[in-house]
Unconditional design. Structure first.
Lengths: 277, 272
């Protein structure tokens, strides 16, 4: 991806961080946003996306060689339509850990394109989508391994209650000549509403022999035996369902070390699954 | 001391009668063993008492002291004091063992009381150590990746912490090696008290070497056909159930498995 010539630029990793940096983007933003991670120091950045009526963001995320970055996205609030386009470019020896929480309402469209361009580059991406009402998320995630011994690991955890709709199209591609690469996808989801739906299409496009690649997908409703087991220990049906859902959300929530942000996320999650039936 | 009273219980699954006129009284402090051949309804009894929605109570009653459990939902039966250690505990990914047991303890506390988390952690760790379950148990996901033996021990751990009044242990010996059976047997025996009545469901006598029952009931074809003491265990161990079937005139014909005609041969009758 060509470097951005205009737009908003953020650079991290040139100086040591005492605490995570925060980027807050509210409403619509027509300018592209560039986030660059340098290699001098590890970086941790929280990016809050607070959409209004119709919001669209375009982001280019790049790492220098051997940079180490953690980048968390929190989509919070309600809007008619949100469009998020992110391109990620990982250089040699660099590692980037992306975490994305879709806690927003309305219709959301996401297009993520990641390229691991340098040898030994690593991308880990974890996405949590918790939807209620008639909200929807349509996401396309593509990871391209364009260097030997590159690593990608995608985990999507999805919860749909009421009549919400989630569609994820996930593709991992290892190009010829990139031996020793590892490409993994894991998708799991739980349906809480009769009219809710989750559709995940995991794909692997592998053009090299000496690689490791795998994908898994498990979507379903809370089954009767699971509910019976939890109820047999005294949990009422709502508490049992919340506990099962916490199995999806807890790994994300537990990682948030800021107490105020953690409370906000917990409250938002509870409001979304609290009335799930 | 509590009393579980099962009277004239008839239970069906998908329209087929499994339990027929089952009567059973279990008092606190007593240990009952229900034995019988495979597929005879032993596990159905345990699941029906716990309230599994798959089993329909056609008639009869289940009461715990003065409380009629027959129409209560599963969670209310549990909070009333019924526990079922399951034959095949389900796996719940993402939910840690500790969070699950903590939530279960909180579910049976009055709304105005709060769990003392420090004390609870010590109790959990102590119970896990006694069952030789290892220190990482609390943070492992509920039954996920557990061996058969670990799952059974985890059931007993929950029973220790939830302190039920009446507990059904459904084939907790299956999947256990000799050492694990001894650990589980000793842990269960240590829980014996006037506050706990137990019903062990098994078709092997080896469990009963470690957990000695006061009463032994034999169930065949959905009925409790004989009740006695420990002498029944030895007799079953040496002679199986055939002597009892002969004594009671029970044949092995299963009325649920009626022979069906698959078709008729194209027989050519001579002369026609």
């Amino acid at each position: 991806m060509a470097a951005l010539r205009t737009g908003i630029r953020f650079t991290f990793g040139a100086k040591p961080q005492r605490e995570p940096a925060a980027i807050v983007l509210s409403g619509a933003c027509t300018d592209p946003i560039a986030i660059r991670f340098k290699s001098a120091h590890p970086s941790k950045v929280r990016c809050f996306l607070l959409p209004s009526a119709t919001s669209a963001w375009t982001m280019a995320i790049e790492t220098d060689e051997r940079a180490a970055a953690v980048l968390e996205f929190y989509l919070i609030g309600t809007a008619d339509r949100v469009v998020l386009e992110r391109s990620v470019r990982v250089s040699a020896g660099a590692s980037i850990q992306l975490s994305t929480l879709f806690l927003n309402g309305g219709k959301t469209s996401v297009n993520d394109r990641a390229s691991i361009m340098g040898e030994g580059g690593t991308l880990r991406s974890e996405t949590l989508g918790v939807l209620s009402g008639e909200d929807s998320v349509e996401a396309v995630q593509t990871v391209r391994h364009a260097a030997p011994r590159s690593v990608s690991d995608l985990v999507n955890s999805l919860v749909a209650s009421d009549a919400s709709q989630i569609v994820f199209d996930v593709t991992g591609a290892i190009q010829k000549g990139n031996a020793g690469s590892r490409c993994k996808q894991q998708n799991r989801g739980v349906l809480l509403g009769e009219k809710a739906s989750i559709e995940v299409s995991p794909k692997l496009l592998i053009d090299e022999y000496d690689v490791e690649a795998g994908h898994g997908c498990a979507i379903g409703r809370i089954n009767a035996d699971e509910l019976f087991y939890l109820s047999s220990r005294g949990l009422d049906p709502m508490t049992a369902k919340r506990l099962v859902v916490s199995g999806y959300t807890a790994p994300y929530v537990q990682r948030i070390d800021d107490p105020a942000l953690r409370r906000l996320v917990e409250t938002t999650l509870l409001s979304k699954i609290g009335g799930a039936s | 001391m509590s009393t579980l009273r099962i009277q004239k219980l008839n239970v069906s699954v998908d329209g087929t009668m499994i339990l027929k006129d089952v009567d059973l009284v279990v008092n606190g402090g007593e240990t009952h063993a229900i034995m019988g051949p495979n597929g005879t309804g032993k596990s159905t009894l345990a699941s029906a008492v716990m309230g599994h929605p798959k089993y329909t109570i056609e008639s009869g009653t289940i009461t715990l002291d003065d409380l009629d459990l027959t129409d209560l939902p599963v969670d209310e039966r549990s909070r009333a004091g019924i526990f079922l250690a399951m034959q095949n505990p389900v796996e719940v990914p993402g939910v840690t063992n500790f969070d699950f047991v903590k939530t279960a303890v909180q579910a049976r506390m009055p709304a105005d009381k709060k769990l003392r988390i420090g004390k609870f952690i010590l109790e959990f760790e102590d119970a896990a150590a006694k069952l030789k379950m290892g220190s990482g148990l609390a943070h492992r996901y509920l039954n996920e990746g557990f061996s058969g033996g670990e799952k059974k021990r985890n059931e007993i751990l929950q029973m220790q912490i939830l302190k039920p009044k009446i507990a059904f242990l459904d084939e907790i010996d299956s999947g256990l090696d000799v050492d694990a059976l001894k650990i589980v047997g000793e842990a269960v025996t240590a829980m014996k008290s006037p506050d706990l009545g137990m019903v062990l469901i098994t078709h092997y006598e080896r469990l009963l070497d470690y957990i000695v029952p006061d009463f032994v009931h034999i169930m065949i074809k959905g009925r409790i056909v004989k009740t006695g003491g420990r002498e029944l265990i030895r007799k079953i161990d040496s002679e199986g159930y055939d002597w009892l079937k002969a004594e009671l005139g029970i044949d092995d014909f299963d009325e649920r498995k009626k022979p069906a005609a698959l078709g008729t041969c194209a027989t050519k009758v001579a002369g026609k």
